[in-house]
Design a protein around this ligand. Structure first.
Ligand code: M6R
Length: 608
């Protein structure tokens, strides 16, 4: 996820772009850049760091221009650096991009053979060179059309051509792009807040649509050039609402982003026809992977819950034993690791001090380290032998939501890939597991539709002092995650427990005042969970269950029931998680808590 913006009009485009980038900074903030027309062509300025650093770069000579494009980056391919920052340039073509070009590697090889020189590690640069190639024979919009015939992936981009001053071309596919209409001036951006101070008249581009902006106006077409009449909508959001995409809080926005975040994490990493997982994505060569005889997973907080889910998947698919540790415990427990072991460090931020210490300890002992991380170029990724990026985009809410579910996706892909390599999983099962994965974003959408119902339940229960979350097997870590989310966001005491362990102690807590949340999907442990629900009911506890669509048994035993679609037990953990995130969110809001920045918590915990 990055922020892009383009402007053409009477104002100083450099100032408009800079202001817009500040408003898009929530979409990415590791580096930024701007390109603007001047007398002699197009000038590009880029730097690492925040938008204020880009501002400082422009402060000295205060350039003036009527047409410019800009970018604020959240790295996906290539670490945050000046060379990898956008805009990218190929001769007279200059471009900013948000998305992922899936087939950039074969395109890059071909373009190098054709004589193009690459100056960055990004996927975006291929798009820039391809457009340049066709711009020799075509005007910019047609060159873009020709180039896109060869490109696979997700993109929203803005591009300018030195030979066509005043023109900005933008295209949208699977990444957002909106057009703002002002008085003799036009804007193009990833999101409305970028230009809300100047225009509230907006065209929302749909998939595969192109916009051409010049001083004369805006033309929207399909990619084959047919004109489209677009409706102009008037936006009434405040700038802060707009930044959150109309959601009240970043946490809610990020919960709702999960279908897209999951799709982005999968992008380019699986071959659905053959059921193969792209092993290159794990950055460890096949021989080293085959030799792995034991896996350790270390993490903190929510990432540790993903680690616990990962143990079930790796042991099931690859039949390799897995130890899971809280990072702060691992580093001091004198662990037994050696060559042939793999340590997976899971960390959304890549900067958690305890997780870094654990991965350093594993390296010292001779194990290989794989980092599953959301922040490109973070310390964990730089120090690891291999990296799997979750590509879920920046998570602004302190409580982890989309980062967690995409970590589970990373672990699922790893477990399937390892199982395939070790021959512990049948080809037809691999295909089935991948097929189910592709259905997952749609299923998460369906679960999001329970939001209102979850909100109603929260309204009934938000005054409770304690909650118990129970799950069995692979849903035990999800119970832990549900409880952690509630604690963080609403400050209500909550405990997660393995449902089967309840009778060994926590059962003493149960009375009419205690809401108990059960994770009760269909499957091997379904009957067992029903028995646990009975145990709670017979002691007067309030039961809230999350189960599969069509279930009646669990529902007749519960005070409240949330339905999620049925899938395999491994992916079901993600569907079970979403209502728990929503429940924590609504409860926090009802209690008047600051859900995006809960007290005493920090987004990345860089101290021990
Ligand atoms: O950045 P990390 O994934 O390493 O962070 C680990 C924990 O600090 C983090 O998951 C924390 O528990 C969150 N507040 C969870 O919502």
């Amino acid at each position: 996820m990055c922020g892009i913006i383009g402007y053409t009009g009477k104002k100083n485009a450099v100032s408009v772009i800079l202001e817009g980038l500040k408003r898009l900074e929530y979409r990415g903030y590791d580096s930024s850049g701007i390109a603007f027309f001047h007398d002699k062509g197009i000038e590009v300025r880029r730097c690492t760091g925040k938008i204020k650093d880009l501002g400082a770069l422009l402060e000295a000579d205060k350039p003036f221009s009527h047409t410019a494009i800009g970018h604020t980056r959240w790295a996906t391919h290539g670490r945050p650096s000046e060379e990898n920052a956008h805009p990218h340039r190929s001769d007279g073509i200059v471009l900013v991009h948000n998305g992922i070009i899936e087939n950039y590697l074969p395109l890059k090889r071909r373009l190098i053979d054709e004589g193009y020189k690459f100056t960055s590690e990004t996927d975006t640069e291929v798009l820039c060179h391809l457009i340049e190639k066709y711009s020799k024979d075509y005007p910019l919009e047609d060159a873009v059309r020709e180039a896109l015939k060869e490109v696979r992936g997700a993109y929203a981009f803005a591009v300018i051509n030195e030979r066509e001053p005043g023109k900005v071309v933008g295209v949208k596919k699977d990444s957002p792009l909106v057009v703002g209409l002002g008085n003799g001036e036009f804007f193009l951006a990833s999101d409305v807040p970028a230009f809300l101070n100047y225009s509230r008249d907006v065209i929302f581009l749909d998939e595969g649509e192109m916009v051409v902006m010049t001083d004369d106006g805006v033309i929207v077409t399909t990619l084959d050039g047919s004109p489209i009449q677009k409706e102009v909508k008037s936006v009434s959001w405040s700038p802060s609402m707009a930044e959150k995409g109309g959601y009240r809080h970043f946490m809610l926005k990020e919960i709702y982003e999960q279908p897209r975040a999951i799709a982005d994490t999968l992008r380019g990493r699986i071959y659905p026809e053959s059921g193969e997982v792209n092993l290159d994505e794990f950055g460890i060569n096949e021989k080293d992977l085959e030799e792995i005889d034991k896996v350790f997973i270390v993490a903190c907080g929510t990432s540790w819950h993903a680690a616990l889910v990962g143990k079930y998947m790796i042991e099931e698919f690859a039949r390799v034993p897995v130890d899971v540790d809280i990072a702060s415990e691992f580093r001091y427990r004198n662990p037994i690791l050696r060559h042939g072991n793999l340590l997976i460090a899971i960390t959304q931020s890549g900067e958690t001090a305890d997780t870094l210490a654990a991965q350093r300890e594993a390296k010292r002992l001779g194990a290989k380290v794989l980092s599953i991380c959301n922040v490109v170029g973070s310390t964990s990724t730089r120090e690891a032998d291999a990296v799997f990026y979750t590509h879920s985009g920046p998570e602004i809410g302190v409580a982890s939501t989309k980062a967690f579910t995409t970590q589970i996706i990373g672990l699922y892909l790893f477990a399937v890939a390892l199982g395939r390599l070790k021959g512990t999983i049948r080809d037809d099962l691999v295909k089935e597991l991948i097929r189910e994965l592709l259905l997952l974003p749609g299923m998460v959408e369906k679960v999001l539709a329970t939001d209102e119902e979850v909100g109603r339940i929260a309204k009934e229960l938000f005054k409770a002092d304690d909650f118990l979350y129970l799950g069995r097997g692979i849903n035990y870590p999800i119970a832990l995650e549900g409880a952690l989310k509630l604690k963080e966001i609403s400050y209500i005491h909550a405990e997660g427990y393995p449902a089967g362990e309840m009778k060994h102690g926590p059962i003493a807590l149960i009375d009419e005042e205690l809401p108990v949340v059960f994770l009760a999907p269909k499957g091997r442990l379904y009957e067992k969970v029903i028995s646990n629900i009975e145990e709670v009911r017979s002691r007067g506890g309030k039961v809230i269950s999350i189960t599969n669509e069509g279930d009646t048994e669990v529902c007749t035993l519960s005070d409240h029931c949330i339905f999620v679609p049925e899938t395999n037990p491994f992916l079901s953990t993600i569907l079970m998680t979403v209502p728990l995130q929503l429940f924590a969110y609504h409860t926090g809001v009802l209690k008047g808590c600051d859900v995006d920045q809960p007290r005493n918590l920090a987004k990345s915990v860089t101290v021990e």
